[in-house]
Design a protein around this ligand. Structure first.
Ligand SMILES: Cc1ncc(COP(=O)(O)O)c(C=O)c1O
Length: 414
């Protein structure tokens, strides 16, 4: 992308669509740098959801009345829009869940519990989010399958030699995070998926931190399963996506049972409906699906390449500013093609929670803790870190405020 196109991103106009960014606490405007946890929601997304409630609200797939038909169409079309956005073959490959965590659990329970046993191997990475790590650990315990972790090197990149060692003919599934929510590392997911396939294994890619800020093409990655959350991509909470290759989803048993997912029920037995409804029992997230579709429209209007470029530019600036502070330690690779839009760090002598609390005194929202990667923090040798994570509406000035606030923390704690 040329510099000219990058410059044409009008952050001021984008910010106008987020009234929440105007909020003040104690006379200071909020600086929102907690986007890896949840992004803010632009007006068009909020409007789409309130329009839905005002004009089209009804339960789906059950009524023959106008409103139910309209709601059903909106809900179904949201699947088509997601499929188009990630280049899936169609709505059959797009299952709406609550979030990335539920998408992980769906595959772990519906596929893992039935397919895995002693002697099988599940390969994760040392930088997995608990959503994947804890889930597969539990499935390992229940089935007797071994769970192994691809090591990271000192720069926070995957050790691909170790990956080649671990992914062998006993490997049944590889589950890897696309972009690490702690290190910012962008993993070579196509290469990992190819490795898995060479050994007859499946691949699950956790795209919670990738889909919001870069073009993602599940067909190009050749992932068997791919997961993400609406609330991290300018969409609503309460909706996530599990992409799965159609033939795999067809072979899998349902994960949850109930109404809306069946074909025929007798007192003795039941058969299952078509994809994706087979995996979406009960009344689903209809308004949230409408909101997710609006979020995708909003993101694509800006352009995913431009969003990625802006976020990486802000993250690079933050990295450089923080790196120039002698007492700051940053985790993860240096800025470059394999680093995404967040920076986790520690200030010598200051606990991450104290730092976040000082930041909050300046109305700067950052996250402190283990970011749901406890084993990774153990490996890094720190109990916690502070994470500043960026999105399309963040500015360099906001990064400057973050860096300036470090002095207060030093004076109080270091
Ligand atoms: C990489 C990664 N995976 C999974 C999750 C879980 O997402 P959710 O809480 O929406 O299920 C997160 C959330 O922070 C994440 O960053």
């Amino acid at each position: 992308m040329s510099q000219q196109n990058l410059e044409s991103l009008d952050v001021g106009a984008i910010r106008d669509e987020f009234p929440i960014l105007e909020r003040e606490f104690d006379g200071q405007q909020v600086v929102y740098l907690d986007n890896a946890a949840t992004t803010q929601t632009p007006d068009p997304v909020v409007d789409a959801m309130s329009d839905y409630y005002r004009e089209s609200n009804a339960n789906i797939h059950r009524g023959i009345h106008h409103l139910s038909q309209e709601a059903s169409i909106l809900y179904e079309e949201a699947h088509d829009r997601v499929a188009e956005f990630i280049n899936a073959d169609g709505r059959e490959e797009v299952i709406f869940t609550k979030n990335t965590t539920e998408s992980e659990n769906l595959v772990a329970y519906a596929w893992g519990l039935n397919e895995l046993g002693p002697g099988d191997r599940v390969v994760l990475t040392e930088m997995e989010h608990h959503a994947s790590l804890v889930t597969w650990q539990q499935i390992g315990e229940k089935t007797g399958a071994d769970v192994e972790y691809i090591r990271i090197d000192d720069d926070g990149r995957l050790d691909m030699d170790h990956a080649r060692e671990l992914i062998d003919d006993d490997t049944a599934i590889l589950s890897a995070v696309h972009v690490s929510n702690t290190l910012g590392t962008v993993n070579p997911v196509s290469e990992l998926t190819d490795l898995a396939h060479e050994h007859g294994a499946l691949s699950f890619i956790d795209g919670a931190q990738a889909v919001p800020n870069r073009p993602v093409d599940v067909e190009a990655i050749d992932a068997d399963f791919y997961a993400f959350s609406g609330h991290k991509m300018a969409g609503p909470t309460g909706i996530g996506v599990l992409y799965g290759k159609q033939h795999l989803l067809e072979e899998m048993e349902p994960y949850l049972y109930g109404g809306g997912m069946i074909r025929k029920v007798t007192y003795e037995e039941s058969t299952w409906g078509d994809l994706p409804w087979k995996f979406e029992p009960g009344t689903p997230q209809i308004a949230e699906a409408v909101g997710l579709e609006a979020a995708i429209d909003w993101l694509e209007d800006i352009g995913m390449e431009r969003i990625q470029a802006h976020e990486e530019e802000i993250a690079r600036y933050a990295y450089e500013q923080l790196e120039s502070e002698e007492d700051v330690e940053i985790y993860g690779p240096e800025p470059g093609p394999d680093r995404g839009g967040l920076v986790s760090f520690n200030v010598e002598g200051v606990h991450a929670h104290d730092l976040a609390s000082i930041m909050n005194d300046h109305t700067i929202a950052v996250r402190a803790g283990d970011h749901c990667t406890q084993p990774l923090h153990d490996k890094l040798g720190v109990p916690a870190s502070t994470r500043a994570s960026f999105y399309v509406y963040n500015t360099r000035e906001e990064v400057d405020k973050l860096v300036a606030a470090l002095d207060d923390a030093r004076q109080l704690f270091a």
